[in-house]
Design a protein. Structure first.
Lengths: 149, 256, 106
């Protein structure tokens, strides 16, 4: 159903544009402080990190997510860690995975909970200490965490 | 001549049982998986990704564990479930000759426990009963559902059928109105399925847990604001029989 | 704690292999209520480590944002025959462990 998803995404984009603009401003501030919790203020470059996750979640209680970081994964150039952030979740730092030169491939798959439609963010720290980020927008209709059930 | 023929026909329709017309079965017959998203289908077909397999794994362990005063396990009598349980779930619910009543697979597991193992029956929705029923039904995965309606279970079938077509709850909706007349249409963020039980017990993302078909019935009844009978209720078992008849030919997919 | 692991039984030296683990755990968020209206206390698997012949090759720090009955999939380079040991602990202090053996050729 890719057409339906695209249509839904477009509709949401048009309908929510003014709201998103205002929310984006609030989110940027919140997001920056959230990122700082992980990086300690170190600069983050957008890139190298790809998130593979559905555009429309079947259910917020279980959203499949694959993070792939571009890296040769050699003894001297590898991914140290990957942190998943979901800023609209009650606990925005979802998980931190520690990899290392023996990983072979900087790729982790898991299933996460999303409490609302949001942009999921992944921060990867490389062996040289630099931080890279990637995002993916996920629409969630059946929310996790806060519905009390 | 005409009058006599029509009189005969008139009397025929008058005295023949009203239920002579068998309820429709959906066509084409589609399993619930066909109405789920590609992600969910992928999760179901991947035996490792499928969370329900955690219960099947537990069921395999429980199968070999001694229970009750007998000190016997399921395996003591039934040996390897992969042989002995093959095809069993496909013909349930079935009449339990010992009790002369219709039982679900869960019910049969419990009668074995009390009669053969001298063990306490397991509660519906308990981790153990879900695990055992998932494990047993899983041994019939891929086999078509095949319940036979005969004189012994005819009354159960009819009660189940009547339940299916009865309007219930504040919303005054019957199972048929969604699952027979509107399958394929959207409701909230989902597509209405044909309402078959061939993949049960299932792992439902909303439940974040494994659940039986009776739990699903309760969810549906809650949805139409009707009284939710407790799991294990004979009305549900009659309904299960009707559903199994309605879904005949569909393969078992447990754990869905 | 019930868990299933998927590790290839055999691999060639230097081959990148996929490791999967699936654990039966409700990952209780602490935001849910029982039928009496009481909060069900938070209890999630907060830490997991995978060691390959004694060396940690993957670890995860997790919170309630990881779905119930957590599943993880990651990779490592097959180096020597031996054992994978998975160990994890939840907020209540319950520990879990699983092992898998691998034969590495070449």
């Amino acid at each position: 159903m890719p057409t339906r998803r695209r249509f839904l995404a477009t509709l949401t984009a048009i309908a929510g544009a003014p709201l998103v603009a205002r929310a984006a401003l609030a989110q940027t501030d919140g997001r920056e402080s959230l990122i700082r919790q992980v990086t300690g203020g170190a600069p983050v470059t957008a890139g190298r990190v790809k998130l593979d996750t559905p555009t429309l979640a079947d259910n917020g209680h279980s959203v499949p997510l694959r993070v792939i970081v571009e890296s040769p994964m050699t003894a001297t150039d590898y991914v140290r860690s990957v942190t998943l952030l979901a800023e609209r979740n009650p606990r925005p730092i979802v998980a931190t995975f520690s990899l290392g030169p023996r990983a072979g491939r900087a790729e982790v798959f898991t299933r996460i909970r999303l409490a609302d439609t949001q942009e999921v963010l992944a921060l990867a720290q490389l062996s040289d200490g630099s931080y890279w980020s990637g995002t993916a927008k996920v629409i969630v209709t059946e929310l996790a965490c806060l519905d009390g059930s | 001549m005409h009058l006599r023929l029509s009189a005969v026909l008139f009397f025929f329709f008058l005295v023949s049982p009203v239920s002579a017309a068998e309820p429709k079965r959906p066509s084409p017959l589609k399993s619930g998986a066909e109405f789920a998203s590609a992600d969910i289908r992928a999760m179901q077909t991947d035996d490792f990704a499928n969370p329900g397999m955690l219960w099947v794994a537990r069921g395999e362990t429980l199968w070999r564990e001694a229970a009750g005063n007998s000190g016997k396990s399921c395996a003591s009598c039934h040996r390897d479930a992969r042989d002995s349980m093959k095809g069993v779930a496909a013909r349930y619910p079935a009449i339990d000759p010992g009790a002369a009543r219709l039982v679900s697979l869960e019910g049969r597991i419990n009668t074995c426990r009390s009669r053969q193992q001298q063990a306490e029956p397991l509660q519906y929705e308990s981790e153990e009963l879900l695990a055992l029923s998932a494990y047993v039904a899983h041994q019939s995965r891929g086999m078509p559902l095949k319940v036979v309606i005969d004189m012994q279970n005819r009354r159960n079938f009819e009660r189940g059928r009547d339940f299916y077509y009865r309007r219930l709850g504040q919303m005054n909706l019957s199972c048929a109105q969604c699952h027979e007349r509107n399958w394929g249409r959207r409701l909230l963020n989902e597509t209405i399925s044909q309402g078959h039980g061939n993949a049960y017990p299932i792992y439902r993302l909303k439940w974040q847990n494994m659940g039986s078909l009776h739990r699903r019935f309760r969810s549906c009844l809650h949805g139409v604001r009707a009284e939710m009978l407790p799991a294990g209720n004979p009305d549900y078992i009659d309904l299960e029989l009707f559903l199994a008849w309605r879904a005949q030919g569909l393969p078992i997919e447990t754990p869905g | 704690m019930l868990a299933r692991v998927l590790v290839p039984r055999e691999a060639r030296r230097g081959e990148v292999i996929q490791i999967r683990i699936s654990i039966r755990h409700p990952m209780e968020t602490g935001f849910r209520y029982d039928n009496s209206g009481r909060v069900i206390p938070k209890n999630v698997i907060n830490s997991l480590v995978c060691r390959y012949n004694g060396v940690a090759i993957f670890s995860a720090e997790m919170g309630s944002g990881i779905a119930a009955n957590p599943q993880l999939q990651f990779y490592t380079v097959a180096q020597a025959s031996g054992e994978f040991v998975f160990e994890w602990v939840d907020d209540a202090g319950q520990r879990g462990a699983e092992r898998a053996v691998i034969t590495v050729t070449g």
